[in-house]
Write a protein that binds this ligand. Structure first.
Ligand SMILES: Cc1cc2nc3c(=O)[nH]c(=O)nc-3n(C[C@H](O)[C@H](O)[C@H](O)COP(=O)(O)O)c2cc1C
Length: 277
């Protein structure tokens, strides 16, 4: 049997289980004093490379949100599970102006593109400026941040995903009981699946409608695009060809568009024939 639950304030945590990324966000207040606190309502907003952005949800009276409104810069630091005690220390309600980092093992280091510090012990860091702030009435403040730099521990760059997952050991946030008892998942049981090929009978039926004529080699390139974005790419390439005054799509149009979207050969190869993103 299933049951409908009444939706009350804090439904997103009290009722709905939402495994999440754990971060410590560092900011400066208007006087230049450092603040740090854990935040996990965070996800990618613009996934393309031209204006990469994240969005984060805040309590509007938190120091972090107030500082971001005042100084328009912040750093998202992702700690490993070894630092959960320190993460919890930064979550305590200290008065305004207190640097929570002084109560932790985190070491502030200069960031590259913004003034708030980064945390040495965090293997994955995003330095951000504000793109947009949305103040929901009697609810959260949403910050859409431009990612000015993604900075990772050097050794991670050459690692495969599994090795990287194990090395970073990022905890998974599993919510809290009444804002006092916090729960985390720790990576001790990594599960891995390989996506199977699209069944033959479906692979041939990807429905693309073209409005312009296409050169054969341009069409062959289009077929290398993964099925789930092929329709969108078709429309974009035709729009691009028209903007160049063409009534026929050629290979050059296709190449120009994929370059504009940062879809170089390495990115395209990643989609492979299985079409995973
Ligand atoms: C793991 C964890 C995740 C949290 N995520 C959020 C969040 O995404 N949004 C939020 O408003 N508060 C979140 N909090 C609560 C704030 O960290 C807490 O209110 C903190 O005291 C705010 O500090 P500040 O006023 O210095 O910004 C989280 C707390 C913990 C422990």
């Amino acid at each position: 049997m299933k049951k409908e639950i009444k939706i009350k304030p804090f439904w997103y945590s009290d009722v709905w289980l939402f495994p999440k990324l754990i971060t410590v966000i560092t900011t400066l207040d208007a006087q230049g004093r450092v603040n740090a606190a854990p935040y996990s309502h965070i996800m990618q907003y613009d996934v393309m490379h031209k204006r990469p952005r994240m969005m984060i949800g805040f309590r509007q009276d938190s120091h972090t949100f107030e500082n971001i409104c005042a100084t328009r810069e912040f750093v998202i630091n992702c700690p490993s599970a070894d630092f959960l005690e320190d993460v919890m220390e930064t979550a305590r309600f200290y008065p305004e102006g207190v640097n929570e980092l002084e109560h932790t093992r985190f070491t502030p280091i200069p960031s590259r593109k913004v003034k708030p510090p980064s945390l040495q012990q965090c293997p994955q860091i995003a330095e951000c400026t504000v793109d947009e702030i949305i103040k929901l009435e009697k609810s959260s403040g949403i910050v859409i941040g431009n990612i000015e730099a993604i900075v990772v521990d050097e050794e991670l760059e050459s690692m495969g995903r599994e090795e990287r997952i194990r090395k970073m050991n990022l905890p998974i946030g599993l919510g809290d009981h009444e804002r006092v008892e916090y729960y985390y998942g720790i990576m001790d049981n990594l599960v891995h699946y390989t996506l199977k090929d699209t069944p033959q009978s479906y692979a041939a039926t990807v429905d693309i409608k073209t409005e312009l004529a296409w050169d054969d080699d341009a069409m062959a390139d289009l077929m290398k695009v993964p099925p789930f974005v092929r329709k969108m790419v078709t429309a974009q390439v035709e729009k691009h060809a028209r903007s160049k005054g063409a009534d026929r799509v050629n290979r050059q149009h296709m190449a120009e568009l994929t370059a504009e979207f940062g879809m170089d050969d390495a990115v395209m190869a990643r989609f492979g024939k299985k079409g995973a993103g």
